[in-house]
Design a protein around this ligand. Structure first.
Ligand code: BG6
Length: 481
């Protein structure tokens, strides 16, 4: 058998895209609750005041809040060993600034974890998945304010204490490297700017770029402090980092393209992973800061904190790769947070993401070679439009093909010698897309009756991929037919 005993097979979700119940159970608004839906050509925008006449996808999402028993039972039926979910920060601390946690919010996740235990499913909890409480965004311009570290620590400590023994696997920040680019401004760092600003694609001022790198530094410090605290509270905790795994190839063997590739890989991937796994900023950071007029506002003692708070494992999302070129004229493609140069050897999904199973093997080798810590794939999947067939079922063979090819590539990497802990497919139950806010971009094994405009009764249905994944898990990845 290629994969080890106890390999963590499962699925992944995020509260703001899955849970709904945005103002129930004492929950306060989070940043995503202010973001409207969009499409691939119409960027999402956000509102300072929530407009009751507007549809905000996160408000009900796909209503896990009222369907969690049913969903977890379906995960049990598929044989999940692991379920990745995030805790909605503003369900626990409604504005982010309260001294006392919201008991109803805490109780909800106790119920969720108890349900997981019934089916021997290990929860993997993301502490912050693009879910900053709105109160902190407004008060401090998100993570720009150093005070947010303290608010985060109160929240993280509450979770470690409250769920001790119920949760053993944690991730501090989802896709922390999103903050290295403008895409991460509001989503990842909760940084505002003018009202109604598009989530993506609006140019930043030099001051905003500067602040963004300080905000990211604050997340590094917060993550390191949380890792330390989490180990103190329960030495059995395994606490990981989470990054966008987006390998970049040189478009040609022109050395200039190779330099362009190195620069992209450095800033997109290694900048954050080096800090969180090795415990210090990488060698190339200084030059990047200087050339981009960036002054990261660090305090004395921060370097020590980063050194002491390195993670136990490295996890990542993997959807696609792209290429890099020194020639500004070459064709670009859309991407998962980062875009890049089109690779003529690859096909793309309906949303323009280039499908590259072998890139997963390449990335696993690169990451393991550099860091030598256990790795985990915590997101991978195909966003596609699912049409009901004449027999009334969803025959999503395209999704099975996508997943099969990626699992095969992942097994090759394990044969290469990579230490891999698990694989949680993204959006195991259909949920709202993070980049576009659409429902029609579906990833799930489980169909949810809900559309882009908020119509539908939320009932769940098994797709063909549901039965396929069940076999995959039962055979520990040996039966991929
Ligand atoms: C990752 C995020 O970027 O990719 C998820 O961690 C997101 O939150 C996923 O949903 C897929 O992206 P999208 O835009 O298709 O939802």
């Amino acid at each position: 058998m290629t994969l080890k005993e106890g390999f963590l097979w499962g699925g992944a979700t995020a509260a703001n895209q899955y849970e709904g119940g945005w103002n129930e159970g004492g929950k306060g608004p989070g940043v995503p609750d202010h973001i409207r839906g969009g499409t691939v050509s119409t960027p999402r925008t956000w509102d300072m005041e929530i407009d009751p006449n507007v549809y905000y996808p996160s408000h009900q999402a796909v209503d896990f809040y009222h369907h969690y028993k049913e969903d977890i039972a379906l995960y049990g039926e598929m044989g999940f060993k692991c379920f990745r979910l995030s805790i909605n920060w503003s369900r626990i601390y409604p504005t982010g600034m309260e001294e006392e946690a919201n008991q109803e919010g805490l109780a909800f996740y106790h119920d969720v974890f108890a349900e997981c235990r019934k089916y021997d499913i290990e929860p993997l909890v993301t502490i912050s998945h693009y879910e900053l409480p709105w109160g902190l965004s407004i008060k401090y311009n998100g993570w720009t304010g150093r005070e947010v570290i303290g608010h985060f620590m109160r929240y993280a400590e509450t979770l470690f204490t409250e769920y001790k023994g119920e949760v053993h696997y944690w991730l501090t920040f989802n896709e922390i490297n999103n903050g290295t680019g403008a895409m991460g401004r509001i989503l990842s760092l909760g940084m505002l700017g003018k009202d109604g600003r598009p989530m993506f694609g609006d140019p930043e001022t030099p001051e905003e770029i500067n602040d963004r790198f300080t905000a990211l530094h604050h997340q590094f410090v917060a993550s390191a402090l949380a890792v330390k605290k989490g180990h103190e509270i329960d030495p059995a905790n395994k606490i990981g980092m989470m990054t966008i795994g987006h390998p970049v190839y040189a478009y040609t063997c022109n050395p200039k393209d190779v330099i362009a590739m190195n620069e992209e890989m450095n800033m997109r991937l290694f900048y954050c992973a080096d800090v969180q796994v090795r415990g210090h900023y990488p060698f190339f950071a200084k030059r990047y800061w200087e050339e981009n007029n960036i002054t990261v506002r660090m305090e004395e003692g921060d370097e020590e904190i980063l050194k002491e708070g390195t993670v136990d494992f490295l996890s990542f999302s993997y959807y696609m790769s792209s290429a890099a070129s020194a020639d500004p004229e070459v064709t670009k493609v859309q991407g998962n947070m980062f875009s890049g140069v089109k690779n003529p050897y690859l096909k793309a999904s309906e949303w323009g993401w280039q499908i590259d199973p072998e890139g997963l093997r390449i990335l696993l080798n690169q990451l393991y070679g550099r860091y030598e810590v256990p790795l985990m794939i915590v997101e991978n999947g195909l966003g596609a439009v699912d049409e009901r067939s004449e027999d009334g079922k969803f025959h999503d063979t395209y999704r099975i093909d996508y997943l099969r090819s990626h699992i095969e590539a992942m097994k090759e990497a394990v044969r290469d010698g990579v230490d891999l802990m698990g694989y949680t497919m993204w959006g195991c139950t259909d949920l709202v897309s993070a980049s576009t806010g659409e429902m029609k971009k579906r990833y799930g094994f489980i169909y949810v009756d809900r559309d882009n405009d908020g119509n539908g009764d939320f009932h769940r249905e098994r797709k063909d991929s549901f039965y396929w994944y069940k076999k995959v898990i039962a055979s520990n990845g040996e039966d991929l037919d």
